[in-house]
Design a protein around this ligand. Structure first.
Ligand code: PEP
Ligand code: MG
Length: 587
């Protein structure tokens, strides 16, 4: 430790993947390359166009090679990100613009690449969705690769990361992250950039590697060999911690591991209350990379597969074949357990990456989700065909998002039938008929749940949106976040109505909003009578623990008492207090 350069200090970032870890820092130097800016003479243009052609081909080859290197193991899906980078190298919006700048503005290839990259990123800037903003980093990764190749620099350094190191980087490219996953030697990850939905965060969560992203200037503050300890739950990075800090952190780590172990011990046990009421706990997923973790945490099925994420991270739309392969993989991995594929919840602030960058004036109330699909039939049909083809590979359920009335459901179902007969006529194999349900996430759908239940095979309540629309609170707006109350009496009443309509029509009813994964709400949801709850992998064990210690009769009484109160604050306080009485662990 005598070689440590830095005094003890602490950085605060975003806890992207839970857990505590410590180790020697391995600082990955991935700073941006300097871009030379040169004007060309008319005679130099031809040669410059050749240079860019060679650099693009080389970049493509490198990505292909890298993809093959990692595609054999479980990192297979990560290869899709590299494939998206390859697509950008072929995208006319990128290639033609670079060539045009070289030929018309007579600037060198490196400069042209940077200018086009800036233009593309600028389009992403106007989209307020965090996930989309993160995708700007992908544009930089591709541009960096091309510029480094133009300059004859080494691109993919085959770095040997020492076992148990804490990797510290300004940002990690998907290529770096992919290799790290494959070789899985790292104890933890710290990056200066990134948010909850950056690749690093997703990959770290999927692999259970503690991570802190968005940690400011971590890669400048931390020197190679520094002792770094991170708390991925709280987003803390400790540089050369004192003995006292280390002891505290080790205690946190011990408690975290203990509670993980205790929770995971329930993996194969049912979520059944002490008075015999059985709930099914499913997983929510965006990326196939999350499957191993979902299975490890005991997901009994997939309650929500947000397929739009397949469309967002790329310059072109995924083909039917690509979607089919993805859905097939999910269905096969779940080995007969139900997989609920939600059709694209696209539009509003989530727009496909190929062309549409215009903002709607009021995106949450705009052309979103099922409305978007019904207005873009080709896109919708491509997805439905892929789903139908994938249905031979497992236990599929299909779900339409943001249904606001019966006509939309009928229209969507008729599109599905159209695609089914089209494939049938072409002799393409399709599985047996599967349940077709809807997300109930608009107040209008909740109010006519009894009618919708006549034509939907199941309901899945999307509380994230149901709360947004019923309480008139933009779920993305920090200023009104304090009004976002899952236990608002109006939300509870809406949920009661939806569940009772489902029960009357004898169709299953699930909840797949964030609320499902909060153990504090588990008794309320048990009392309301949901058949399934769907949440992210890490939330399953804690919710299961509560359900297994609970009595449904007690939960029903608790809810009844809570609904005698009126304000959301009163109800929230009452439920928390009662939950503490029942489940707070003794000191
Ligand atoms: C919801 O609205 O609760 C939901 C699960 O869907 P999303 O968060 O994708 O809108
Ligand atoms: Mg929703």
């Amino acid at each position: 430790m005598s070689t440590q350069a830095n005094p003890t200090s602490t950085l605060k970032g975003i806890g992207a993947s839970p857990g505590v870890a410590m180790g020697s820092a391995f600082v990955l130097d991935r700073k941006r390359v300097r871009t030379p800016k040169l004007r060309l003479s008319a005679e130099e243009v031809e040669q410059e166009l050749m240079r860019i052609k060679t650099a693009l081909e080389l970049s493509d080859y490198q990505l292909l090679e890298l993809k093959e290197r990692i595609s054999h193991g479980e990192a297979h899906d990560h290869a899709l990100i590299l494939e998206a980078h390859r697509l950008m190298l072929h995208d006319p919006m990128f290639v033609d613009d670079v060539r045009k700048l070289i030929a018309q503005d007579r600037i060198n290839a490196e400069w042209a690449v940077r200018r086009v990259a800036r233009k593309i990123k600028h389009m992403f800037d106007n989209i307020p969705d965090e996930y989309f903003r993160e995708r700007r980093a992908d544009v930089d990764f591709v541009a960096d690769r091309v510029v480094r190749n133009l300059l004859g620099q080494v691109v993919d350094v085959d770095v040997e990361i020492p076992h148990g190191a804490v990797v510290v980087a300004h940002d990690l490219s998907p290529a770096d992250a992919a290799v790290m996953i494959k070789e899985a030697r790292v104890a933890a990850i710290v990056t200066d950039l990134g948010g909850q939905t950056s690749h690093t965060a997703i990959v770290a969560r999927a692999r259970g590697i503690p991570a802190v992203v968005g940690a400011g200037k971590a890669s400048e503050h931390i020197s190679p060999g520094d002792m770094v300890a991170i708390d991925g739950n709280r987003g803390m990075v400790l540089i050369n911690p004192s003995q006292q800090q280390l002891a505290l952190l080790r205690e946190t780590q011990r408690r975290f591991e203990e509670s993980e172990q205790a929770a995971l011990a329930t993996r194969d046990l049912p979520a059944e209350s002490i008075d015999g009421h059985r709930l099914r706990l499913n997983g929510n997923m965006e990326f196939v990379e999350e499957l191993p973790s979902l299975i490890a945490h005991g997901a009994e099925g997939i309650g929500l597969y947000r397929t739009e994420f397949l469309f967002l991270d790329r310059p072109t739309l995924p083909t039917e074949e690509e979607q089919y392969r993805c859905y097939k993989q999910v269905l096969e991995s779940m080995k007969g357990r139900p997989v609920t594929i939600r059709t694209l919840d696209m539009g509003g602030d989530k727009v496909p990456g190929n062309k549409k960058f215009e903002r709607e004036p009021n995106p949450a109330l705009g052309l979103r989700a099922l409305r978007y699909c019904l207005a873009n039939r080709d896109l919708f049909r491509t997805q439905l065909r892929a789903v139908l083809r994938a249905s031979v590979h497992g236990n599929l359920r299909l779900m339409f998002p943001l249904v606001s009335g019966l006509s939309e459901l009928r229209e969507a179902r008729s599109e599905l039938e159209h695609c089914r007969s089209e494939l049938g006529r072409a002799g393409v194999p399709i599985g047996p008929r599967f349940p077709v349900g809807i997300m109930v996430e608009t107040p209008s759908a909740a109010m006519i749940a009894d009618r919708l239940a006549q034509e939907a095979d199941f309901f899945s309540v999307g509380t994230n949106d149901l709360i947004q629309y019923s309480l008139a609170i933009d779920r993305q707006n920090r200023d009104v976040a304090y009004l976002y109350k899952p236990l608002h009496l109006s939300v509870l009443r809406l949920m009661q109505g939806i569940v009772s309509a489902a029960k009357a029509a004898r169709i299953p009813v699930t909840l797949c909003g964030e609320m499902a994964g909060d153990p504090n709400y588990a008794l309320v949801l048990l009392a309301l009578g949901f058949d399934d709850l769907s949440m992210t992998a890490g939330q399953i064990p804690a919710v299961k623990q509560v359900i297994r210690k609970a009595s449904r009769a007690d939960a029903v009484q608790l809810l009844e008492n809570a609904m005698q109160l009126t304000t959301a604050e009163e109800i929230e306080r009452f439920i928390r207090m009662e939950m503490d009485k029942r489940f707070a662990t003794e000191p």
